[in-house]
Design a protein around this ligand. Structure first.
Ligand code: HEM
Length: 205
């Protein structure tokens, strides 16, 4: 029963949806401070994105251990949902922004021409693209192109972190997420480039 619950996709959907409650509440009865909602939705989206991109390196590090392989299988099966949740919170963030500027599309367009906002839009458009093709229909339609297109998630990470750095004077907040992502990717590259390194860690069992 508990194992079934842990592997259920409904559980992860519910857990990932819980932080959306204050945002939905704010949509229904606007009362909160705009920068607070922007900060919470934007940062949450970045956190989920960084976590989903770190799953492969985490599984490589956990590979030598039996318990690690159990966690890895769970993480790999649920990775897609972390990515989709990141896209959903980015969409909420964008809707807060559009509501704040009273849905003035001309103003949104003019602001998008500047790097701090343009980088946000690049991330949002690519998020939509990946979310649309994330299902079995997308895999079938894109065929061999599906996997390379999934790598757009790295462009999303670079664009959204640049957006954060360009908009925010407090860069240390962004660094909390840039540093773990960089470390995770370096570990990933080390496993790819040096198969001997991977073999050595296999022997740690
Ligand atoms: C669709 C285009 C986007 C627009 C127009 C936009 C707009 C904004 C604005 C206006 C702010 C400043 C809020 C304030 O403090 O007053 C902001 C901050 C932020 N945005 Fe976006 N954003 C976009 C996309 C994204 C995406 C896709 C992400 C994440 C994946 C993101 C993450 C963040 C983060 C982390 C902050 C900094 C929050 C803080 O520390 O205060 N944004 N965004």
């Amino acid at each position: 029963m508990i194992a079934k619950l842990i592997h259920s996709r409904y559980l992860i959907w519910v857990l990932l949806a819980v932080p959306a409650i204050p945002f939905i509440d704010e949509f229904i009865s606007p009362s909160r401070y705009y920068p607070e909602m922007m900060q919470r939705s934007g940062v949450l989206s970045v956190q989920l994105l960084v976590f989903s991109l770190s799953i492969t390196p985490i599984t490589l590090v956990l590979k030598p251990y039996d318990w690690g392989r159990v966690i890895s299988r769970w993480l790999l099966a649920k990775r897609k949902y972390f990515g989709l949740a990141a896209a959903a919170y980015a969409a909420i963030h964008t809707i807060f922004y559009l509501r704040f500027i009273a849905w003035d599309i001309e103003l949104a367009w003019l602001e998008a021409l500047d790097w701090p906002f343009g980088t946000g839009w690049i991330a949002m458009i690519l998020f939509i693209l990946l979310a649309v093709f994330s299902n079995s229909w997308g895999v079938k339609t894109l065929g061999k192109a599906w996997k390379p297109i999934q790598r757009f998630s790295y462009i999303i990470a670079i664009a959204s972190l640049s957006h954060w750095l360009l908009l925010d004077f407090f860069i240390d907040d962004a660094l909390y997420w840039i540093v773990p992502l960089t470390v995770a990717k370096l570990i990933h590259i080390a496993f790819r480039v040096y198969p001997l390194f991977a073999k050595a860690t296999d022997k740690l069992v």
